[in-house]
Design a protein around this ligand. Structure first.
Ligand SMILES: Nc1ncnc2c1ncn2[C@@H]1O[C@H](COP(=O)(O)OP(=O)(O)O)[C@@H](O)[C@H]1O
Ligand SMILES: [Mg+2]
Length: 225
């Protein structure tokens, strides 16, 4: 079976000015199989988010190879990248990124808006996802009426809406207290048990302990996979 994600000698350099650039990833090799539950750990500034953005095709490598679901990512157009993302990946971020003027239900429906009209089966799926995380009674609320943990549960439903193979979560519990963080981790574990590949960034060892594999990154290099 081929890997869901395969990186070979991936480097990422950001240019900071005419003749100033910084190499943030310095040759990453990484293979992720379908169904894995991985935590990426490292200190602040080590390159975790940069790596996650590459895995999720929010950005492309400066050099090296990256195959997502057997597609070579380097050289794809922006449209092709967003198609690849929509088909395979759901994202969860530290600061939730819910739309403040949309309802909970509308936020969950967001990933489907580009694809099809809000058909009744699409809305039914959104409501089912909200029920799964215990928020069906809040579906007509705006996000600012929810607690942080509830907002992150909405973001998780949104990530699941297109039924992606893979969920990428960059410090998803970074703004939550430990009990609420535990609830989000339980949901991510449940999604993994249901077959989703989960990759999570954290600097918290207790959070990382939920994963089945821990990858450590230091100064742009994977030191322990
Ligand atoms: N778009 C960018 N332009 C310039 N430097 C960046 C950019 N994104 C990240 N960096 C730098 O890359 C390094 C790693 O950042 P990041 O991947 O966000 O680390 P982490 O998520 O591990 O805290 C940091 O020094 C950061 O300042
Ligand atoms: Mg980060």
């Amino acid at each position: 079976m081929s890997a869901l994600c395969l990186m070979e000698n991936v480097k990422k350099t950001f240019s900071l000015g005419a003749d100033l650039s910084v190499e943030v990833l310095k040759g990453v090799n990484l293979s992720v199989e379908e169904g894995e539950f991985i935590a990426i750990m490292g200190t602040s500034g080590s390159g975790k988010s940069t790596l996650m953005n590459l895995i999720g095709c929010l950005d492309v490598p400066t050099s090296g190879r990256y195959l997502l679901a057997d597609r070579e990512v380097l050289g794809l157009s922006d449209d092709e990248l967003s198609e690849l993302r929509n088909a395979h990946i759901g994202f969860v971020f530290q600061s939730f990124y819910l739309l403040p003027y949309a309802t909970v239900l509308e936020n969950v429906l967001l990933p489907t808006l580009y694809r099809e009209k809000a058909a009744s089966h699409v809305e039914r799926r959104a409501v089912e996802l909200l029920a799964l995380v215990g928020l069906e009674k809040r579906m007509h609320f705006r996000p600012n009426r929810l607690s942080g943990g509830e907002q992150q549960r909405v973001a998780l439903c949104r990530a699941l809406m297109n039924d992606p193979e893979m969920i990428l979560a960059d410090e998803p519990t970074g703004q939550l207290d430990s009990k609420t963080a535990g609830e989000i981790m339980a949901l991510l574990s449940e999604m993994n048990k249901r077959g989703k590949t989960v990759i999570l960034v954290t600097h918290d060892a207790a959070i990382a302990a939920n994963a089945r594999r821990v990858i450590r990154i230091s100064d742009g290099v994977i030191i322990d996979a």
